[in-house]
Design a protein around this ligand. Sequence first.
Ligand SMILES: C[S@@+](CC[C@H](N)C(=O)[O-])C[C@H]1O[C@@H](n2cnc3c(N)ncnc32)[C@H](O)[C@@H]1O
Length: 428
Amino acid sequence: MKDMPESLAARTGAILLLAHVLREGRMLGDGASGLDGPAAARALRLAGLVLRHMGRADALLKDKMARQPAAKIRDILRLALVEIFEDGAAPHGVVNDAVAMARMSPRTYKQAGLVNAVLRGLSEDRSAWDALPAPALPAWLRKPLAKAWSRPRLEAIEAAHLTGAPLDLTPKGDIPEDRQIEGAVTLSTGSLRLSGGQVSTLPGFAEGDWWVQDAAAAMPARLLGDVAGLRVLDLCAAPGGKTMQLAAAGAQVTALDISGKRLRRVHANLTRTGLSAEVVEADAFAWQPDAPFDAVLLDAPCTATGTIRRHPDLPHLRESRDVETLTQLQYRLLDRALTFVKPGGRLVFCTCSLLPVEGEHQISAALKRHDGLTVDALDPEAFGLPPEAASAHGLRLLPDLWPQFGGMDGFYMAVLRRPSGDTPLPAA
Ligand SMILES: C[S@@+](CC[C@H](N)C(=O)[O-])C[C@H]1O[C@@H](n2cnc3c(N)ncnc32)[C@H](O)[C@@H]1O
């Protein structure tokens, strides 16, 4: 791809990325486009755009083509249509590159003519594209969401997924006058919001003034209030966003995670920000602390469906079975985490999921399982959040919240409190 013009290289990289996601089940962010620099970034953006708008492209192609084309040809057609109708790209260049991509491989060479004919026909009819229904989430996710949220809410969530996400930063403390970030807005929750930008070139990156963290993801650690001097366990810690928040607020943090690879990012983040925490690589089910903690934060592994705005590959990579496996793991981790909390201490449970089975239902079930366990009442407005964020036992954030400011990731969070003076819970 080295000798290709950048636009063709980026489009070729996007087709590679789509194959990885749609047929190999690989994450889009694995960076497997074979490119670097601006072409790699453009390939990633284009692949993301296709994953968001694929439903419409497929509907248009189904009407136009009697037979389903080969997978690679279908991706080339999808990319071209999405670029023309959603990205404002000039049809002439897009169609030329689509034909060139079909010609690149002996297996698709003969279909270059078909690509040309289909695209020349479809690219002239914007009204056909505009008349198609808005892209919907796949059934494995849409069905449980339709049960959980009203139809207008679900449609608003789907619309929010199409617009992508702004760039949110969590400041370590007060940012010095000479390292203020131009265009950054301070949200009422305390996060800084930018429309975008290359992270490593922003002022204060090298100095560790802040880290990238969605405004919603920054909320669970804030629920603990003043943690200065408290011993806090961040139970599923990597890559360390919440660890850094707790450390910056003066807590004595133990950051535990099962993944050594992901923990390397925790170390790197702590080094860059000059913050400190005890970092432990261990399985939460096998590890035992010397003494219980004042507070534990459990950001449990989940479907991450709350982050689809930024990860449009997720709906294509997960399936119903994953929800079951993950809810079981969350339930076991929650019970395990409770054994690490001292009597009277608090456990923040959170997941970046849109599904109540990974949020509200976990807390209702835990309250039934454990006598004396209570939840702290949370007022969203006290944390700078809109009142609609109030939910069963905790706070429920969804991507359509705060549309005037650019929305936020989906998240659920609650604060559980162990009764004081109770005996330690049996190991989960
Ligand atoms: C949602 S991510 C955590 C994100 C992190 N709290 C942050 O804010 O940057 C969930 C983490 O749980 C970890 N994990 C999964 N199973 C675990 C287990 N049995 N013990 C410890 N960590 C586990 C994963 O490696 C993953 O890093």
